[in-house]
Design a protein around this ligand. Sequence first.
Ligand SMILES: [Zn+2]
Ligand SMILES: [Zn+2]
Length: 289
Amino acid sequence: MPVALTASDVWTERRRRVGELRVRQGFARQLLDFYGALLSVQESAYRDAAAASPPAASLASYVAEVVVPSVLDVSVSTGPERMRSDLMNRLESQDPRDIVERWIRNEDQPEVDRFLARASLGPVLEAAGAETRAACVGPHDARHCPDCGGPPQLSYFAQAQDDLATGPRFLLCARCGATWGYPRMTCAACGEDSSARLSIFSERGTTSGERGSLVRGLPHGGAPAAHHPALFPHMRVEACDSCMRYLLSVDLASDPQAVPVVDELAAIPLDLYARDRGLTKVTTNLMGF
Ligand SMILES: [Zn+2]
Ligand SMILES: [Zn+2]
């Protein structure tokens, strides 16, 4: 199991990583600045929810009343221009409680609603106990969160116990942030495990026995890749030829400083590469990539 971080460590670690990546990945700076501002609001929401422990039955009301207003404030003041107008338009006709409720019930909803619901509910579920998480709707199988039934946002490899082994693989829930163990070289969307139908794309290819391809088209200005340090040496696109879905994977053994939820948000070129290949992400992340 990954080393458990205390609550305050989790938020400190996310902020630290945002600071590192905004310097290293200039193309994602606006997004990271917005996410950094959002993290402060989410941390407060996390602390409030930990103290209040809202009952599962009133989860959506609690989130709509206590968290949505501050997420809305920071999104309108710091978020992308289009998000501001979309949010204002939606809230003229939609009740925030219903927006949050639809995400709890795992129903389809417009991207801007999904953002507001995810950003607001996420920290409350992170602070909540198993009973509250279990009030969420979703399949309970190996490919969904064992706590809330949410879909996997990303895959990561934990640091190995000894230097020679690769660490175990985990999926991280898009809804509540819980993690669960999942077999390597198995599609997180459909369960395909025939290696001939699974593709790995990384900037430098892979050194393991798993199939790999070089990601091209990253923002290096077309210069030979050998002259540039890789931007995502610890990340890869894990794709499935059977269902044409993909997700991004973060290897903590190759970059122990990485924070999967932050690194995944900021790896936009990998998402664009996957999309160009006709792949659809298992679940878009908080920022819609
Ligand atoms: Zn979950
Ligand atoms: Zn698949």
